[in-house]
Design a protein around this ligand. Structure first.
Ligand code: BG6
Length: 138
């Protein structure tokens, strides 16, 4: 699915940049940048352009390492409380754009900018964590 189609059918305010992130802009000018890698909100700026989220200056913003900063998703475990990689695998997987089950329909959304992301288990993940799930981020 191309972002152009997505933007046209779901959210004209959304755009997708070159390294797999969705950029959201509110009518007032506030912005959020959501990385598909990890489904992670990596930037949230108010309408004056002030960054409201901490991101380490040492953060590496691309796979295969999980990014340090923003709003990471810890799933299906927190820290080392489990047998999986630290904080689970969700923060280190590519999330998809969920057009099938959007949480906000166009009529609900008003002038809001939004994106719906989904993560489903890969075959590899099922070997280390044998459970069925679909994680939705709205
Ligand atoms: O270093 P990682 O694996 O990216 O973990 C991110 C953070 O995870 C938190 O749980 C720790 O309290 C922090 O100290 C740490 O920075």
């Amino acid at each position: 699915m191309s972002m152009g189609r997505y933007a046209a059918s779901t959210d004209p305010e959304a755009g997708r940049d070159g390294d797999g992130a969705v950029l959201l802009r509110s009518p007032s000018g506030a912005t959020a940048r959501v990385s598909l890698h990890g489904g992670q909100v990596v930037s949230w700026k108010n309408d004056r352009g002030d960054e409201l989220l901490f991101t380490s200056s040492k953060a590496i913003m691309k796979p295969p390492k999980a990014m340090r900063g923003g709003i990471p998703i810890c799933f299906p475990q927190f820290g080392n409380c489990g047998t999986l990689e630290r904080h689970g695998f969700a923060r280190n997987r590519m999330w998809g754009l969920d057009e099938e089950h959007p949480a906000l329909s166009r009529s609900d959304s008003g002038s809001r900018s939004f994106v719906d992301l989904i993560l489903k288990p890969s075959e590899e993940d099922t070997k280390s964590w044998p459970h069925r799930y679909a994680s939705h981020l709205c």
